[in-house]
Write a protein that binds this ligand. Structure first.
Ligand code: ATP
Ligand code: MG
Length: 333
């Protein structure tokens, strides 16, 4: 595809992330439906061009577990990235719409994410760096694919300082400043899988089901410089009614769920210092699933397995021989 702005017709707003916005568009000359991500980059022209060059690697990423790349171009002051459109959207939007996702479907998510991560790393030496439900996409053919992986070091540099929105899926070692490895992605996957299976972000003290409906388990975007102690809202007491009703309007950096409010620093400290979350209550899920999640969430990265090793886990064997039909499941919502 030779992509240019004037050939892309906006069809629908798909969502806003911390780094930009995503629209469903039609590439008019070829009638191809695409998702166009617009990323605002505050960088010199030379850096922008470098980012474009680095994004080119995505042309060589071909896997059924990876969202295809159609191309990227500069549209000052933005970078536009055009990719395969997933008509059922991301898994965060899906569980927020239909509630906790059946564990047999979650097993298929685990299988797809592990295959995708293994492909990226084994073939291209790419570490994803941003595994979370909003970066796992689903379509009506029943395919599960990952997107938004860190191919461009310059792109990562250009947006890393500005946003803290992804911190919640961050592994303890990353929070403590260690290098990214494929094992950090495994941690993020483990957190994401619990979130899907429980229908809520796991770093929340709530266990009662009626709290789930209006739960918004994401960090609000922090404006540049807003991650300072003085900028943090006071933590609300557990069980406070106002915590739930309060809609985050990009002001604070608070995490809310089930009546609990945690500032981002408290959350990061919690991830580093407290035991990792688990698939609970015990006995509700297959023991293979519990064990799989436990091994994703080993706090010591040396003890944690790689995506490739985890592909041999019994729960993944179960997923491979499962009869669950994702195309049928997709048609239910
Ligand atoms: P963050 O900015 O913290 O990474 P995010 O992943 O939600 O959060 P974006 O990557 O900008 O932010 O995506 C915004 C939303 O657009 C996603 O939540 C998803 O629902 C939707 N989206 C993104 N890419 C696609 C795609 N290829 N097909 C369909 N929907 C998509
Ligand atoms: Mg995304």
């Amino acid at each position: 595809y030779d992509l240019r702005t004037e050939d892309l017709k906006d069809l629908q707003e798909l969502g806003q992330g911390n780094g930009g916005s995503v629209k469903k568009v039609e590439h008019v000359p070829t009638k191809t439906i695409m998702a166009k991500k617009i990323v605002l980059i505050d960088a010199k022209p030379s850096v922008r061009k470098q980012i474009l060059r680095e994004l080119h690697i995505m042309h060589d990423c071909h896997s059924k577990y990876i969202i295809s790349f159609y191309g990227a171009f500069l549209a000052d002051p933005n970078i536009c990235i055009c990719m395969e459109y997933a008509d059922k959207g991301s898994l965060d939007a899906i569980y927020k719409k239909i509630g906790a996702i059946d564990i047999d479907v979650v097993a298929q998510v685990a299988l797809a994410v592990l295959e995708g991560l293994t492909y990226l790393y084994d073939v291209h030496r790419i570490i994803h760096r941003d595994i979370k439900p909003s970066n796992i996409l689903f379509n009506s053919k029943g395919e599960i694919k990952i997107c938004d992986f860190g191919v461009s070091g310059e792109l990562i540099n250009s947006i890393a300082d500005t946003f803290v929105g992804t911190s919640t899926y961050m592994s303890p070692e990353r929070i403590q400043g260690a290098q990214y490895t494929v094992k950090s992605d495994v941690w993020s996957m483990g957190i994401s899988l619990i979130e899907l299976a429980l229908g809520r972000f796991p770093f929340s003290e709530s266990t009662s089901d009626d709290e789930d409906s209006d739960y918004e388990g994401t960090l609000s975007p922090a404006r540049p410089g807003s991650l300072s102690l003085s900028g943090l809202p006071p933590a609300r007491p557990k069980g406070s009614k106002t915590a739930k009703k309060d809609k985050r309007k990009s002001k604070g950096v608070s995490l809310q769920g089930g009546g609990m409010t945690m500032s981002i620093l408290e959350l990061l400290q919690h991830i580093v210092n407290e035991p990792a979350p688990r698939l609970t209550p015990e006995g509700r899920f297959p023991k293979e699933a519990e064990d799989f999640i436990d091994s994703c969430l080993l706090k010591d990265p040396d003890a944690r397995k790689t995506p490739k090793d985890l592909l041999k886990h019994p729960w993944i064997d179960m997923a491979r021989s499962s009869t669950v039909n994702l195309e049928d499941w997709a048609s239910t919502f």
